[in-house]
Design a protein around this ligand. Structure first.
Ligand SMILES: *Cc1c(COP(=O)(O)O)cnc(C)c1O
Length: 439
């Protein structure tokens, strides 16, 4: 019997390349048929066949309040009734801009856009316009959206498919992009020694979340800050994923780093298409209409998206919101690690705020190279077995996972009970394989 998921996927492939509107959704990395979602509520999603899952993807980060949070839905409905878009300023977008600048003090001014890609692309153009330089420094495995200049050795979908970059990106577009290893200070120093006065910007995920999860070593971000200041380069912290995900002060608050420009997305749109870039006033004032750097958008600051963002940011400011979220997330990763250890699986896990990384290797990775050493086959077996159990993790070994405020004790316990069965089964399989391989 073919499932409704399968039927929908077959039909989709006729009209949509690969059947999906964003590559990682296709399950290519893990194999099998992607799950078509019909409905989401809180920590759960239901697929086209009516099966329920505990969701640890949360639309890849935005849904920090879970699916269809009543306050967010109400805000969206109210805003929609007053008009979907004006292409003119509104009071609500001003309120969101004020709130973002208040919560993220390095942002003296901010501009709203419709996707993280747009935010990073605009930030790069702005940094180049401001400095009059063209070189960009990025780090292998960091994903900053699919802008041409940044689609070099990028993470996320690009990693999953083993295409370090993309066809259709002219050499000339990326020749100004210097790609270094994440957490490699010697490499960074070397690049600044060589190109210092030509570097317009360093763009970095302050916590890398698109090659699975890699934490910055203690001196990585401070050194980037120091070298950018010394050489007059713009430091861009790409917080599209980490912003309001790792804490209310974002990664920059946690690590005490003041970037020149910050990019935000995902959580600040509360599930609607919205993102932002902002930073030092003198830099932001280079933007049109004040300055020579052009940047625009028909739907930028869209009232419905702004309403969803405001409603979301209101709730995450509740006292203890992030403490509770971080504790739940930690409980999940510690439980998973314990279950894996009990069954002899090489596995470890870590979390920061409401995001987490799962690794099929013995110790926590600190570099892209170490991420590549993870046992991808083991992940894929784990992924499918958990899916069967009704737990939806990201369908790729190179993605971070997300917990929402609606993941309660019951969801974590249910996940860990499922993981116990799955690790036990996987452990037995490995033991059998080893056993049968012996003479
Ligand atoms: C998701 C992401 C982007 C791209 O955002 P889109 O809204 O998908 O265009 C950029 N940077 C980082 C760090 C991200 O995680």
């Amino acid at each position: 019997m073919t499932s409704r998921n399968q039927q929908l996927f077959e039909r989709s492939q006729r009209y949509i390349p690969g059947g999906v509107n964003s590559p990682v959704r296709a399950f290519k990395s893990v194999g099998g048929t992607p799950v078509f979602f019909r409905r989401g509520e809180g920590a759960h999603v239901w697929d086209a066949d009516g099966k329920r899952y505990i969701d640890y993807v949360g639309s890849w980060g935005p849904l920090i309040l879970g699916h269809a949070h009543p306050d967010v839905v109400r805000a969206v409905q109210t805003a929609a009734q007053d008009g979907l878009t004006f292409g003119a300023p509104t009071q609500a977008e001003l309120e969101l801009a004020e709130l973002l600048c208040a919560l993220v003090p390095s942002m003296e001014q901010v501009r709203l856009v419709s996707s993280g890609t747009e935010a990073t692309m605009s930030a790069i153009r702005l940094a180049r316009g401001y400095t009059g330089r063209s070189r960009i420094v990025k780090f292998e495995g960091c994903y900053h959206g699919h802008d041409d200049a940044l689609l070099v050795k990028a993470g996320s979908g690009a990693l999953t498919f083993g295409h370090p970059s993309s066809a259709g990106v002219p050499e000339a577009t990326t020749s100004g992009t210097v790609v270094l290893d994440y957490n490699d200070l010697a490499g960074v120093r070397c690049a600044f020694d060589r190109f210092g006065d030509e570097i317009a910007a360093v763009i970095v995920e302050p916590v890398a979340g698109n090659m699975n999860l890699v934490m910055p070593t203690s001196d990585f971000l401070p050194t980037l800050r120091e070298l950018c200041t010394l050489h007059g380069s713009v430091l861009i912290l790409d917080e599209v994923m980490t912003g309001f995900r790792v804490g209310l002060t974002c990664a920059q608050g946690r690590y005490g780093i003041r970037p020149d420009i910050t990019t935000l997305g995902k959580v600040i749109g509360g599930g609607m298409p919205m993102a932002a870039f902002g930073g030092r006033r003198d830099i932001m004032q280079c933007l049109a209409p004040l300055g020579p750097v052009y940047q625009a958008g028909t739907l930028s600051g869209n009232p419905v998206a702004v309403a969803a963002g405001l409603a979301t940011l209101k709730l995450v400011q509740a006292p203890g919101f992030y403490d509770k979220l971080a504790a739940r997330t930690l409980q999940l990763v510690e439980g998973l690690a314990t279950a894996a250890a009990r069954h002899g699986t090489a596995f470890c896990a870590q979390s920061l705020g409401g995001m987490f990384g799962l690794y099929f290797r013995s110790d926590l990775p600190t570099s892209y190279a170490e991420i590549m050493e993870c046992d991808r086959d083991a992940f894929n077996r784990f992924f499918h077995a958990m899916l069967q159990e009704g737990v939806y993790f990201a369908p790729s070994a190179y993605e971070a996972g997300f917990v929402s405020s609606t993941h309660g004790e019951a969801e974590i316990d249910g996940t860990l009970a499922a993981a116990e069965r799955v690790f036990s089964e996987l452990g037995q399989k490995v033991t059998q394989e080893r056993g049968s391989a012996q003479p």
